[in-house]
Design a protein around this ligand. Structure first.
Ligand code: GLY
Length: 361
């Protein structure tokens, strides 16, 4: 799998995603002779951040962010701008975001907005961050009206997915992160599903070649999708562009909302994928085996495979308010077969409810 140790993203400004254990060694090369670097990091990574800073020739401003989603607020954003202003950051300086998806989302948005855009590097430390958030240039913050409602497309100049960073990731986060890789399996690369099914225990072992290949294949899918449609602008009619990455997310976001965002994103997306598989089965788009495969592969990862049977009315309402809804029309990414997806806009209420009943029944 050496060909996936370096994955190229070729959207507006091409860059590379380095995925080998030890990829962090490449950071000094990416920083080059940049004068000033802001290193934004999650609190649990303080020691790692200090070690990284010592290895750089640049003058480093250390910015410790609040943990997880607490980093993605307007207050934190302003505090970061104030630090960059105080340190005199210019257009030629650079930002590094070290942490999970929330850290790289916030860090990317600081980079996108400071002086209308400076260079940044993402160093994701979670599976979710590697397979999804750190690649593809979506940056942003949450506001009280909803998650990710304010943001910008701003591509990193490089992504270092050092797989050895996953050694300290809590197991539940590892499992939940793998759901995004499994998503990539259903929408584009079924080998990912085979790799999980052949040996789920090894697929979850951080130092295994199997986990490395699953993560790399997931990143490669994301890289291909965002290279073709960085700005999520090409979905037209039933044809799906970057929106394909939202497979399982329409219901998944609603579940997250009902859970007051205390459920892991990957777990909610897993529930959402099993639901849309039921929906696709009822609509005659996929067969029983493919629908069942969703539940069995996610069960093998040890993530939730069902949700409260009585939750449908609340989930339906939450989906109407989701920012991905266009006008009042609900949009789902549905499979037509393994590795083949389309947009289904405005399916009937009866079939939506029937699919939920089958999913949760
Ligand atoms: N997380 C979905 C996307 O990057 O488009």
């Amino acid at each position: 799998m050496t060909d996936l140790e370096v994955i190229r993203v070729a959207a507006e400004r091409p860059y590379e995603v380095h995925t080998r254990a030890g990829a962090l060694e490449l950071l000094p090369d990416l920083v080059g002779d940049t004068e000033r670097v802001a290193l934004l990091y999650a609190p649990v990574l303080r020691e790692r951040a200090s070690a990284l800073a010592e290895g750089l020739r640049a003058r480093v401003t250390m910015i410790e962010l609040p943990d997880a989603e607490a980093a993605k607020t307007a207050e934190v954003l302003v505090a970061c701008w104030d630090r960059l202003a105080a340190e005199g950051f210019t257009r030629s300086d650079l930002l590094i975001a070290l942490g999970g998806g929330a850290t790289t989302d916030l860090g990317g948005f600081v980079a996108a907005s400071w002086l209308r855009g400076i260079r940044f590097v993402t160093v994701p430390t979670t599976v979710l961050g590697m397979v999804d958030a750190a690649v593809g240039g979506k940056t942003g913050i949450n506001i009280s009206a909803g998650k990710n409602l304010v943001g910008a497309f701003h591509e990193p100049i490089g992504v270092l997915c050092d797989l050895s960073l996953l050694r300290t990731l809590p197991e539940a986060d590892l499992r939940a992160g793998m759901v995004e890789a499994v998503k990539c399996g259903f929408i584009a690369d079924p080998v990912i599903l085979d790799l999980v099914e052949e040996d789920p225990v090894e697929a979850l072992r951080v130092d295994s070649d199997r986990l490395a290949e699953i993560v790399r294949r997931g990143i490669a899918v994301k890289a291909r999708v965002v290279s073709a449609d960085l700005r999520e602008a090409t979905s037209k009619g039933a044809t799906v562009g970057r929106e394909i990455l939202n497979y399982g997310h329409t219901l998944g976001h609603a579940v997250e909302k009902l859970e007051n965002y205390r459920m892991r994103h990957g777990e909610a997306v897993g529930i959402g994928m099993i639901y849309v598989a039921e929906l696709a089965r009822l609509l005659g788009r996929i067969d029983d085996d493919l629908a069942e495969r969703h539940r069995s592969v996610l069960a093998a990862l040890g993530v939730p495979t069902t949700y409260r049977p009585d939750a449908w009315p609340a989930l339906r309402e939450a989906m109407s308010l989701d920012k991905k809804t266009r006008g009042s029309t609900l949009r789902f990414v549905l499979l037509n077969g393994l590795g083949s997806a389309e947009i289904c806009a405005g399916p009937g209420e009866d079939v939506l409810a029937a699919a939920y009943a089958r999913f949760a029944g």
